[in-house]
Ligand binder design. Structure first.
Ligand SMILES: C[S@@+](CC[C@H](N)C(=O)[O-])C[C@H]1O[C@@H](n2cnc3c(N)ncnc32)[C@H](O)[C@@H]1O
Length: 228
């Protein structure tokens, strides 16, 4: 990733910040909270790449005592309504062992090729036994290969730098950066708006998504690991 990454990615999200950001359906909110919501012993939570605070606000409904939303885009953060810090995930502006939980919702795939550096920073600021969780587009998904890849069919709605991630590769990187119990599971969001993308997923791919085929047909994956 070239140094232009920062200006391009920040520009894209600063512009997006002035529009309303996507919202999750009630079904997705419920399962996302189940996957990434703080456990009772997780009192300090970082919403990494938290943008306009959609996920962070959802996390606060669990009563977590302390939550910080951090993002590279000041414009996105302006909409968060949360305690917010502008910064770069490659150099996290927090002391060692500051958090019990880091949530990286739809974030890590925005730093392609530099995931390990971000994970190293996360391991530094997480307390021992702290948890890191997130979700990202699945690089094995057929839809993502076509529409999020570098070919002519790449959709312009994606930010210039975002690229899907292979769950197996990410689990390997988590292990290499000192995390234990790395695991992942594929899924697809249920967008209430029936975009062509959503229609293909719901009516063609989901019904075929049985057994190992899921890995090629589901667009997203949820992942988690613990600081060992
Ligand atoms: C798809 S949005 C996800 C926002 C939020 N997590 C959510 O669930 O709504 C990706 C976010 O990553 C942020 N981002 C991209 N590169 C970043 C970096 N190097 N450091 C921190 N944030 C970054 C963008 O500004 C954007 O807000």
């Amino acid at each position: 990733m070239s140094s232009s990454h920062y200006s391009r990615e920040q520009d894209f999200w600063d512009k997006k910040g002035v529009d309303a950001y996507v919202s999750l359906s009630a079904f997705d909110q419920e399962r996302i909270l189940r996957w990434i919501g703080p456990r009772s012993n997780e009192r300090r939570c970082l919403d990494l790449g938290g943008g306009s605070g959609m996920t962070g606000r959802l996390l606060t409904t669990t009563g977590v005592p302390f939550l910080v939303c951090m993002d590279i885009s000041a414009e996105m953060l302006r909409h968060s309504g949360l305690l917010s810090v502008q910064g770069d995930a490659l150099k996290l502006p927090f002391a060692n062992d500051s958090f019990d939980l880091i949530v990286a919702a739809a974030f890590l795939h925005h730093v392609p090729g530099r995931e390990s550096e971000v994970l190293r920073e996360c391991a530094r600021i997480l307390a021992p036994n702290g948890r890191i969780v997130g979700y990202d587009p699945n690089a094995r998904s057929l839809q993502n290969r076509v529409f999020m890849g570098d070919g002519r069919l790449r959709l312009s709605t994606f930010s210039p730098d975002e690229r899907p991630i292979d769950p197996r590769v990410l689990c390997g990187k988590l292990g290499a950066e000192g995390f234990a119990n790395a695991s992942s599971t594929v899924f697809s969001f249920r967008n209430p708006k029936l975009t062509p993308f959503e229609a293909i997923q719901r009516y063609a791919l989901d019904p075929m998504s049985i057994g190992p085929l899921r890995n090629w047909l589901q667009r997203w994956f949820f992942w988690s690991a613990t600081k060992s």
